[in-house]
Design a protein around this ligand. Structure first.
Ligand code: HEM
Length: 454
């Protein structure tokens, strides 16, 4: 199975033929179990996170960057950190970020207005949107404004480069071995970019520690929360485990770097593909726009607030249907400890399990006419009939995505304001999907954007 458009079509064909799952071999000796049906996924994803580990081959490339953060850690360390970090995504913390999302997407739109000054422009959604998601993450995680959407930022450029280098390394099996990789020019660049990113995060933490009182931290941050937005660094500094122990600076750095990595490309992919699907289906795009115009009818300036997010039923259905058809994280993997399947068969210990999110979402045994973009699948009436594991863009179970509300919130704000200000139209050539860790398009995802009168 390859990760090109043709490879993905072949994979979907295999899923249609073997709708529960199938085994394939990675090289001559490594069996991989591909699972693509809710009944089989359930025991794998719901198994305790302590016994089912992430598959480490897959993640070893990112480890020097992300360290022992949530994404890659396991066992006790992971469960302690997961408990400590969960409050960071409480809606009280997320609520003020809505203002940041409004402002950050408006910077991108100002650029689009200039580029489309003749009326319309053809733009690579991935390029523009991932810069914007990085900008908003940097503001939410560090309260740092690098103006990266308007001028180059060393830190943001380093993250873009790290992501590209990991993608490139994944394509060349010779470079899987560390000692070879770090001899190459790319390997050295990877090291340098890692250092730059770590230095940035360390500096923010040190600076924050300097300005924080050593006593009465809790009271200080609670007072700050009343008047200012708490960023993730504040929340991480504040968090304590059951024994009252705090995270070390190294832990905080790893978690902040994890959020930057896990949050930017995935959200940018989600948004780019929603815009693509709405460009392909102008009637749905128009219906979303009407919903948005209705909601913001008497409001000036036209900004989205937290309470609006629940008032966008059709737009929300359109986002979910796009996450089904084009899941930003198409596959995740686990290394199992004897998982018993519903029919009694056992996935033996140590075998790599590929949880094929894309395959599940395109499985005709799970979704009728899987290739059709149809938001009404997510009509509350229809959702009742659906297995909770039929739709898993954020995974499920104890190791699901901790950032999913953050991501849905940002996607809604961005989509609302984009549809209010622009019409999106397909480009002449159909994009070809390309999967690495996330769902991309070969050569970028190009769409026409047309200015709408305010
Ligand atoms: C549309 C956007 C997003 C999608 C589709 C997505 C999807 C996922 C998926 C599928 C996983 C499970 C990975 C695995 O098991 O290997 C995951 C984990 C994770 N995500 Fe997200 N994600 C998104 C946005 C975000 C954002 C915005 C953040 C942070 C601000 C974030 C932070 C994380 C973290 C820290 C984990 C690891 C959780 C753990 O293992 O305890 N994600 N995400």
């Amino acid at each position: 199975v390859t990760n090109t458009e043709e490879g993905l079509r072949d994979m979907t064909q295999l899923v249609a033929t073997y709708p529960q799952g199938f085994k394939f071999w990675l090289g001559p000796t490594l069996p991989v179990i591909n699972v693509c049906h809710p009944d089989i996924i359930r025991p794998v994803l719901n198994a305790s996170a302590i016994i089912v580990r992430k598959d480490d081959i897959f993640f070893s490339f990112i480890k020097p960057w992300l360290g022992e953060g949530l994404l890659l850690s396991a066992g006790d360390k992971w469960s302690r950190h997961r408990r400590m970090l969960t409050p960071a995504f409480h809606f009280n913390i997320l609520k003020p970020y809505v203002k940041i999302f409004n402002d950050t997407v408006s910077i991108m739109h100002a650029k689009w207005q200039r580029l489309a000054s003749e009326g319309s422009a053809c733009l690579d959604m991935f390029e523009h949107i991932s810069l914007m998601t990085l900008d908003s993450l940097q503001k939410c995680v560090f309260s740092f404004d690098s103006h990266c959407q308007e001028k180059p930022s060393e830190y943001i450029t380093a993250i873009v480069e790290l992501s590209a280098l990991i993608q490139k390394r994944g394509e060349n099996i010779l470079l899987y071995m560390d000692f070879l990789y770090y001899l190459t020019r790319d390997g050295q660049r990877f090291r340098e970019a890692c250092r730059l990113v770590h230095d940035f995060t360390d500096a923010v933490i040190q600076e924050r520690r300097r300005t924080l009182p050593s006593q009465g931290l809790d009271d200080f941050l609670k007072a700050k929360a009343k008047t200012k937005t708490l960023d993730f660094i504040d929340v991480l500094l504040l968090s304590k485990d059951e024994d009252g122990k705090q995270l070390s600076d190294e832990d905080i750095r790893a978690e902040a770097d994890n959020f930057m990595f896990a949050g930017h490309d995935s959200t940018a992919s989600g948004l780019s593909w929603v815009l693509y699907n709405l460009a392909r289906q102008p009637e749905y795009q128009e219906r979303c726009r009407q919903e948005v115009q209705e909601l913001l009818r008497d409001r000036e300036p036209k900004e989205i607030e937290w309470d609006d997010l629940a008032q966008l039923p059709f737009l929300t259905m359109c986002i979910k249907e796009s996450l089904r058809l084009h899941p930003p994280a198409p596959m995740i993997s686990r290394r199992c400890t004897d998982i018993v399947l519903p029919d009694g068969r056992v996935i033996p210990k140590g075998v790599i399990c590929l949880i094929n999110i894309l395959g599940t979402h395109h499985n005709p045994a799970v979704w009728p006419d899987p290739e059709v973009y149809d938001p009404s699948r997510f009509d509350p009436e229809n959702v009742k009939e659906m297995s909770p594991l039929a739709f898993i863009p954020f995974s499920a179970g104890p190791r699901n995505c901790i950032g999913q509300t953050f991501a849905m919130t940002e996607m809604k704000v961005v989509l609302v304001l984009t549809l209010l200000r622009f019409r999106v139209l397909p480009d002449d050539t159909e994009p070809r999907r390309k999967v690495d860790m996330i769902m991309r398009a070969e050569g970028g995802l190009w769409l026409q954007v047309e200015r709408l009168e305010a």
